[in-house]
Design a protein around this ligand. Structure first.
Ligand code: ADE
Ligand code: ZN
Length: 338
């Protein structure tokens, strides 16, 4: 089944580019930029990758972003992820970035987005995957700050596909960003938000109703509200679930307790994603393999997760059809072979 996952064409819809910063790259960039790190070695930094919860992880994640300073750093970071994505047969990636994590350290918006978008363009030219950029607002900062970032992004609007909402969820309900999302949507940006990761099911409903999001990032706690699960299924609102992340951040004690299978069985359009793979020790194929093993998923169920990933993407309807047809023919060749 490992080979089946490896060859399966997939889209990744929940990936923080800063979460692909491997410890080796943190050290290489810190040296290049003469940034001092509070860790003696790559091994010492990697040993710190044991997290009590989301906030504990975010503290380290933001600390390591300090190594990212110049346009070339953002370029190199994104090229490294996209090369890896190509090796994993990821045909399309919708990539989050956190401009405020950089702007508050004095790195201008343009430096971040020029570096990232050049990498996306070059990777697509050099054999893929195709990709899109999604700007996330940090929900533990103010709505005014988010609005000022949206202002700052204006000259680069054509590089952005959408907006998201991430960082510390507890105590930062989506409704705080109603006006920001309204304005972003009026500018033609697609909307999504992290909701129901550590926060309750009511945050998922609030993000749908007040932010008018098109898909939910994580959303696993929706499972606690059967009416909400029925709504997600009926309205075909996809969840970008990140199984290994949820275990590493102790949202669930282990995958057997994880609601992924229950949500699939309730008809929700579940997708599988890696979130911050450098920190959680598993890129996309490792996430597919983990759920395959935990829930004894058949090839057809894995293929359905991959179909969902294209269907829930911001590709054109024609591109979605083409990618899903590729999955169908892949499944045919594989089932013939076994
Ligand atoms: N930023 C990076 N990864 C995140 C996650 N899993 N939840 C919230 N914010 C994040
Ligand atoms: Zn995330």
């Amino acid at each position: 089944m490992d080979d089946f996952v490896a060859g399966l064409p997939k889209a990744e819809l929940h990936l923080h580019i800063e979460g692909t910063l491997e410890p080796e790259m943190v050290f290489a960039l810190a040296e290049r930029n003469r940034v001092t790190l509070p860790y003696a070695s790559v091994e010492a930094l990697r040993r710190a990758y044991e997290f009590r919860d989301l906030q504990d992880f975010l503290d380290l994640y933001y600390q390591s972003t300090q190594a990212l300073v110049a346009e070339r750093d953002f370029y190199d970071l994104a090229r490294a992820y996209l090369a890896r994505a190509r090796d994993e047969n990821i045909r399309h990636a919708e990539i989050f970035f956190d401009p405020q994590a950089h702007m508050r350290r004095g790195v201008p918006f343009g430096v971040v987005v020029e570096g990232l978008s050049a990498a996306l363009t070059d990777a697509a030219r050099d054999g893929g995957p195709t990709s899109r950029l999604i700007m996330c607002f940090l929900r533990d900062l103010s709505a005014e700050n988010a609005m000022s970032v949206l202002d700052a992004s204006m000259p680069w609007l054509n590089r952005l596909t959408g907006v998201g909402l991430d960082s510390a969820e507890a105590g930062n309900p989506p409704g705080k960003f109603t006006e920001v999302f309204k304005r972003a949507r009026s500018l033609g940006l697609r909307a999504m938000a992290h909701a129901g990761e550590e926060g309750p099911a009511s945050y998922v409903a609030e993000a749908l109703d007040r932010l008018r999001i098109e898909r939910v990032d994580h959303g696993v706690h929706a499972v606690d509200d059967p009416a909400l699960v029925a709504r997600l299924a009926k309205e075909r609102i996809a969840l970008t679930v990140c199984p290994i992340s949820n275990i590493r951040l102790r949202v669930y004690p282990d995958l057997r307790a994880h609601p992924l299978k229950r949500l699939m069985e309730a008809g929700v359009a579940v997708t599988v994603n890696s979130d911050d793979p450098a920190y959680f020790g598993g890129y996309l194929n490792a996430n597919y393999r983990a759920v395959e093993e935990a829930f004894a998923l058949a090839a057809e169920e894995l293929a359905q997760l991959a179909r969902n990933s294209f269907a829930a993407s911001f590709l054109s309807e024609e591109e979605k059809r083409d990618r899903i047809a590729e999955i169908d023919s892949y499944v045919k060749t594989q089932t013939r072979a076994t």
